[in-house]
Structures are given as C-alpha cells and as structure tokens.
Design a protein around this ligand. Structure first.
Ligand code: HEC
Length: 129
C-alpha cells in the first residue's frame, strides 16, 4: 500500500470519530448486561425531577428531542421515546447517560442511583407517548 492510500484511510477513520452523531452511537458490549439496581417505581419518581432539571432543556418535556436548546444543535438531541433508543438495555442507556457524546454531556456529576433512575423515567416517558 502506498503512503498516500495509508494517509487517506487515516483521514476517514479520524473523520468518522470526530463526526459523532453522523455515526451510530453504540454502548460497549460490557455495558449491555448490567442490570438496573434501582426499583422501577422509585426510579420513575426520582427520575422525573432529575429529567426536568437536567434533560428537558435539550430533549424536551416529553423526551421527543424538541427542548428549547435543541433547534440550534447538530446533531439534534435524540428523541428518547423512539424504538431505536427504547430497544437498548437499561445498561446501555445508563452507559450513554454516564459517558455522553458530542453535545450530549456525560452525567457522572450525578450519582449512579440517579442515572439508573433516569433510565426508568425514560421507559415511563415512552409508555406515555
Ligand atoms: C445540552 C443538550 C443535552 C442535554 C442537557 C442532555 N442531552 Fe441527551 N443528548 C443530546 C444530544 C445532542 C444527543 C445525541 C448525541 C449523539 O448521537 O451524538 C443526546 C443523546 C442522548 C441519549 C442517547 C440516545 C441514543 O442514541 O441511543 C440518551 C439516552 C440521552 N441523551 C439521555 C439524556 C438524559 C437522561 C439527560 C439528562 C440527564 C440528557 N440526555 C441531557 C443532548 C443533550
């Protein structure tokens, strides 16, 4: 392989990593099977306030990705009630909420219990749609 081809492949790989949002966001396999340790009813209750406080600005009250700050964002905040999100395990959603990507902040500043509670709340939002 010539030096040029090698360079071109490098640009594609780095470009892919930087262009987050244009590529699928996948939680690592290790996150998948982690069980939600928080009771569902309690989680929904705790999660509601946390969601209002921290997430509505971007994801919107009903989680549809239409918060006040959403219009100017690229990529747009994800609609959290979509099947593509809801099909993920609690462990995967917990991981994404913890790590963040691009304009989506990571939420390690709140406790793990609070992040697991938010996952329960996202399930409740999807049921309400
Ligand atoms: C500043 C705006 C902003 C805030 C605040 C925010 N998000 Fe996000 N969120 C985003 C954006 C933008 C994405 C899409 C990121 C991507 O795909 O690169 C996203 C993606 C996500 C995803 C991943 C969906 C998928 O594709 O699987 C989850 C889950 C999520 N947010 C939950 C939350 C929760 C819970 C909160 C509050 C604790 C929150 N977000 C707060 C902007 C925000």
């Amino acid at each position: 392989m010539g030096r040029r081809a090698f360079f071109a492949i490098g640009v594609v790989l780095i470009g892919g990593a930087v262009g987050a949002g244009t590529t699928e966001w996948k939680a690592p396999a290790s996150a998948r099977a982690v069980k939600n340790p928080v009771d569902a009813a309690l989680g929904v209750k705790l999660g509601q306030g946390l969601f209002r406080e921290n997430c509505v600005i971007c994801h919107g009250k009903a989680g549809k990705g239409d918060g006040e700050a959403a219009a100017a964002m690229k990529p747009r905040p994800t609609s959290l009630i979509e099947r593509s999100v809801q099909a993920q395990t609690d462990g995967e959603l917990f991981w994404k909420i913890s790590e963040g990507r691009g304009a989506m902040p990571g939420w390690k500043s709140i406790s793990e219990k609070e992040r697991w509670s938010l996952v329960h709340y996202l399930r409740a939002l999807a049921e309400k749609r």
